[in-house]
Structure formats: C-alpha cells, structure tokens
Ligand binder design. Structure first.
Ligand code: NZQ
Ligand code: ZN
Length: 388
C-alpha cells in the first residue's frame, strides 16, 4: 500500500425525509444564498417549492438561478458568479445532479475571483477562496456531492475540463433517495455506469496487497450491478435507490483510492465525446471503458481475471488470461446493452471518425494519460477506434 492523506469534510445527511433539513443546514452556512438548479425536473417535482419555503422559514434570503444544463457551461458559471457578486451573496445551494453541483462549485470560487472562472479550468490559476456550498442531490452518479471536483464545458472552444480544489467540498450534502424516484430510466442507467466507471478508474491499479481497497471496490460494483436494474424496473424501489445513492458517494469521495491511486484516462478520453458531440457523461463512459479495457488488459492480466471472478461472477478455471479478460469485458458489455439498455458503440450516438485526432490532442493537452498503462497518442486513437 502506498502512503496517502485522506480528508473529507462534507457532512452527509442520508435517508428518507432528510430533505426537510435543507433550511436549517443552509442557514448554518449562509444568510444570502444563490439557489441553483437545473432544467425543469426539480421544479416539476415540487422540490424547489419545498426548499424555497424552508429557506424563507429559516430566515435565509435567496436569489434563484435555474437552467444549469447537463454538462454545465462556463456561461452559466459566469452568470452565477456575477449574481453572487452583485447581490452580495454568501453561500451557494445546489439542488440537482452532478451538473448543478459542479456549476455551484465553480460559481462559489468565481464569486471570490476578479477574473474569468474559466481560468480555473484552463489551468491559468487555482481558486484561493470560495463561498460555502450546500447540496441537495437528485441523481446518483458523480460523487460531486462529497468531493472537490468540478467539470465544466466551454462550447466556444469545444472543451470539457475537470478541476479539483479542496475549497470545493460541500459543507453539507442531503442524500434523500426518494428525491431520485423521478430520475428517468436512461439517466438512471447513465448514472449507474458513471458510478461503476469511477470504481474501475480506481480498481485497475498497479499497487500490491490492497485487500481493503479491492474488497470495497468489488462490493460497490456488485451493489450497482444488482441495484441498477431494479431501480430501472421500479423507479420507486427505496432500497435500490438508496444503495445507488450511497454507492455514488462512496465511489468518488476519495476513500477508494487511498493507498492505490487512480487512472482516470477513460474519463479524459470520454470527456472529449461530451465536449464535441454533447453526449451524456455516462453514455461516453459506456462506449470508452470497454474499449480501454480491451486495449490495456495485458498490462496486468491477474487484475482482469479477478475482475471476471469477483465482479462478474465468472468461473475462470480453465481459461487463459486473455479469455478471462474477454469474458469479463463481454459480461460488462452485455449488462450495459441488455440490462441498462445503453449502447457501447460510438456510432449509435452518430459519432464517426472525423474528429479522432483532434479529440486525442485535446485529451492530452494538460498531461499524459494512463497509470494502469501509460497511453501514447496512438493508444488513445486505438481506444477510440475500438469504441466505434
Ligand atoms: O436539468 P434537470 O431538469 O434537473 O434534469 C436533469 C438532467 O437532464 C435530470 N435529473 C436530475 N435529477 C433528476 C432528474 N430528472 C428527474 N428527476 C430527478 N430527480 O438528469 C439529467 C442529467 O443531470 P446531470 O446533473 O447532468 O447528471 P449527472 O449527475 O450525471 O452529472 C453529470 C455531470 O457531472 C460531471 C459530468 O462530466 C457531467 O458534466 N462529473 C462530475 C464529477 C465530479 N464532480 O466529481 C465526476 C464525474 O466523473 C463527472 O465527470
Ligand atoms: Zn464520471
């Protein structure tokens, strides 16, 4: 096990009815709040109405900004940061999925910064200060509810860039699984694939003797594989929704990579598909991860044999390493296609080979990719080709 430092300051309020604590928790972090939400879902469900009443009851003044888009845009961040400045707001409350939470983080830092918030994503500078952030999560997927990451797109430059700041950890996150009952089938599938992909990014490591990390990862993957089809079939199954929600947080709150690290090249390669073709994050991962696995499994065949046996419950006795890896990747593709009804091919999203070189160059703009297997540009091109 490698040395590590772990700190996660986010207070989690998990379970049925926890949404009723939003007013009280928000009042503890600010008196003048930006209430940030996505398209229509949280208004339609009555959630924004409920939260507005709670904020009023708790003496919190608030200004609303709705319409944060999936794959949030830098323009939405600029708008929120400007509102925080002009209205002298002192906290941001995000109500929504990962896109709203990520936008809230960038707004919170942008509100304390004199320049353009895109500077954070373009690696020009790092935030030195940020307003406190609170979260009411409505979709289980990204882990943004308890981590320091924010991912924002810039349509003007066809970029989608992640950044991390310790200032971005929410002060509190309300994880009330009943708020996810209205998540449609496709978004439930994409969210579940995102959770699995976060675990893959950390499970496929090169560290030795890591039974705690490996066991945690395998439990998380099995939990998602068992519960996602139940939530898709019966959206109001409390236990399925609760297990997915906790899996979302556990997969990317930092605990899974303690002592083992992470790879994250599939995320960077997948972000290019969202930046250039606007596809959902989970959809991008559904096509890229199988291709990445096909390309890299020889770097550590024993890990893929273990993945086949412990995660996909395949009896690998009598199989050679390549056959065991093939069987695991095949089981995963079959699960995505037949249980989650999600394509594992780029062409099904109308993506052809026209931009492969451009996307490859953009994916490595800030750093070389690959820890499990260092990737050259030719490797990345081959992963895109395998995903076609
Ligand atoms: O906009 P509304 O109307 O709210 O609809 C949203 C959106 O269309 C809908 N939705 C959310 N909660 C709902 C609901 N519909 C009905 N009922 C509910 N309760 O779902 C759609 C997708 O929402 P979005 O927030 O975009 O999804 P997700 O949570 O998957 O977030 C995706 C974004 O997070 C980034 C992704 O790249 C992407 O931009 N990520 C953030 C990470 C992080 N901060 O750590 C890590 C991830 O790897 C990821 O990159
Ligand atoms: Zn992700």
């Amino acid at each position: 096990m490698n040395n590590f430092t772990f700190a996660n300051p986010t207070k989690i309020l998990f379970g049925k009815g926890q949404v009723e604590n939003t007013g009280k928790e928000t009042a503890a972090i600010g008196k003048r709040v930006l209430l940030l939400s996505g398209g229509a879902s949280s208004r339609k469900s009555g959630l924004i109405g409920n939260i507005s009443r709670q904020l009023q009851g708790s003496g919190v003044h608030f200004v609303e900004q709705s319409g944060v888009s999936p794959n949030p845009e830098i323009g939405e961040v600029r708008k929120g940061a400007n509102t925080c400045k002009s209205e002298k707001l002192d906290a941001v409350l995000a109500v929504g999925g990962g896109s709203v939470v990520d936008a809230a983080k960038a707004i919170a830092a942008g509100a304390c910064y004199g320049g353009d918030p895109w500077d954070f994503f373009g690696k020009k500078t790092s935030p030195e200060n940020a307003l406190p952030i609170g979260v009411v999560l409505t979709l289980s997927a990204t882990g943004s509810e308890a981590n320091g990451n924010s991912v924002v797109s810039n349509a003007a430059t066809n970029e989608k860039r992640p950044m991390y700041s310790p200032l971005y950890y929410p002060k509190f996150s309300i994880l009330d699984p009943e708020l996810t009952y209205t998540v449609p089938k496709d978004q439930t599938a994409y969210g579940s694939i995102d959770i699995l992909s976060h675990v893959y990014e950390q499970y496929f490591h090169r560290a030795q003797n890591s039974p705690i990390q490996d066991g945690l990862a395998e439990t998380l993957m099995r939990t998602v594989i068992e519960n996602a089809p139940i939530a898709i079939e019966n959206p109001a199954d409390y236990d399925a929704r609760a297990n997915l929600m906790w899996a979302s947080t556990m997969a990317l709150n930092g605990i899974l990579s303690c002592g083992t690290g992470g790879d994250w090249s599939s995320h960077m390669i997948g972000h290019e598909l969202s930046a250039n073709y606007g596809i959902a994050h989970g959809a991008a991962l559904a096509v890229i991860f199988p291709a990445w696995m096909k390309h890299v499994h020889t770097a550590n065949p024993r890990r893929f044999r273990r993945f086949a046996g412990k995660v996909w419950m395949i009896n690998t006795a009598g199989m050679n390493d390549a056959q065991a890896a093939d069987a695991a990747i095949g089981a995963m593709e079959d699960f995505y296609t037949n249980k989650l009804k999600t394509s594992v091919r780029m062409k099904d999203y109308g993506i052809d080979g026209a931009k492969l070189e451009l996307m490859t160059a953009s994916a490595v703009k800030f750093r070389q990719l690959g820890v499990f297997k260092p990737l050259t540009r030719e490797d990345i091109l081959e992963i895109y080709r395998l995903a076609m």
